[in-house]
Design a binder for this molecule. Structure first.
Ligand code: NAP
Length: 310
């Protein structure tokens, strides 16, 4: 099994889960030095989604691929073509861009990209399973950890906007299972947490778990735009604001798919916070990954996934 995005939030967990299941794993890293973060018994190859030919070595003898797309759209046709030349099955980490809920139906260039990749996968005759997670619970780290550590105040827009954060580990567990278990060909899985929580409630839960009161200070959309100017890509900010704004008053879209696939309920947001509490208390060491918001353009700071409106 080839795991792309193998040093990322989901891919890294998929590597461990496949190893635990006794499945031979090959991990694709984008930066060679990242190989050091992977278990010794993993076959590590380097490759870059923006250079399709660089994936050739990693695809030799591969039966299935976990595809995490972190690159501009241009090379997607060539990459999918190469995948189909070697592998029978692909599990694609996409987003719920087909879900009829206001949160997911706002203008979103990432949704267009994912729909294109899904069409390419179908046209290539690959056996596919599409994984569509909603908001990752770990986004809370990117969004609030620094402010919570430094000031105890989360200054954020749309406190009443409800989402159903899904634990990245549950996403990885579904992805790993669909990679080696038969019966998921054609699967299209929207994954959410089990609770519809407003953003203010999510911050409240973090405070609860940390045993300290964290103030949620509501920002207007324009205040949020000016606060994120220069550090977050404007298209991502506009996408997030449009989705949060559109979902006010509507409970989050919730599915039972994590339970249906894994046979166990999704981890709660409170559980995710409890398992990551240290990151909200002391400045994380460099080894603790935090996604960096990258512009939806060629040049990526560290090639972390831009925050998509799932
Ligand atoms: N955040 C959410 O709420 C959410 C919701 C739904 C879907 N998603 C989707 O989830 C995906 C992100 O997954 P994640 O959070 O697990 O990833 P992540 O933590 O952001 O890590 C990105 C991974 O991609 C690798 N990578 C970056 N650029 C690459 C390139 N040019 N070629 C090959 N590999 C490259 C990185 O490798 P290096 O470490 O070596 O750079 C790293 O392993 C995105 O497609 C995103 O749209 C996110």
């Amino acid at each position: 099994m080839l795991v792309t995005g193998a040093t990322g939030r989901v891919g890294r967990a998929v590597v461990d889960l496949l190893l635990d299941a006794g499945v031979p794993v090959r991990a694709l890293t984008h930066r060679s030095e990242a190989a050091a973060t992977l278990p010794a018994n993993v076959d590590v190859v380097t490759g870059d989604l923006t250079e399709p030919e660089s994936l050739e070595a990693g695809l030799q003898g591969v039966g299935a691929v976990f595809l995490v797309w972190i690159a501009p759209p241009a090379t997607a046709p060539a990459v999918v073509e190469r995948l189909a030349a070697h592998a029978r099955r692909v599990v694609f980490l996409s987003a719920p861009h087909k879900t009829p809920h206001p949160f997911f139906q706002q203008p979103n260039p990432m949704a267009v990209l994912y729909a294109d990749i899904e069409r390419l996968i179908a046209a290539a005759g690959l056996e596919s399973t599409i994984i569509r997670p909603g908001m990752f619970a770990s986004n809370a780290l990117l969004w609030w950890a620094t402010a919570i550590r430094d000031s105890g105040i989360a200054r954020w827009p749309y406190g009443a906007a409800e989402t159903a954060p899904v634990d990245d580990r549950d996403v990885a567990a579904v992805a790993a299972l669909t990679l080696y278990q038969e019966g998921h060909a054609g699967g299209d899985y929207v994954l959410t947490g089990a609770e519809s929580l407003s953003q203010a409630e999510q911050v409240g839960i973090i405070g609860d778990v940390l045993g300290r009161r964290i103030k949620f200070e509501e920002l207007s959309p324009d205040e949020f735009r000016s606060e994120t100017e220069g550090s977050w890509p404007r298209p991502a900010v506009d996408m997030l604001l449009a989705a949060w704004g559109a979902t006010i008053g509507t409970p989050a879209f919730i599915t039972s798919t994590v339970f249906d696939i894994l046979g166990s309920p999704p981890r709660s947001f409170r559980r995710w916070v409890a398992d990551h509490a240290s990151a909200f208390m002391e400045d994380p060491t460099p080894s603790v990954r935090r996604p960096v918001l990258a512009p939806i353009r060629q040049s990526h700071v560290r090639n972390r996934s831009p925050i998509v409106i799932c």
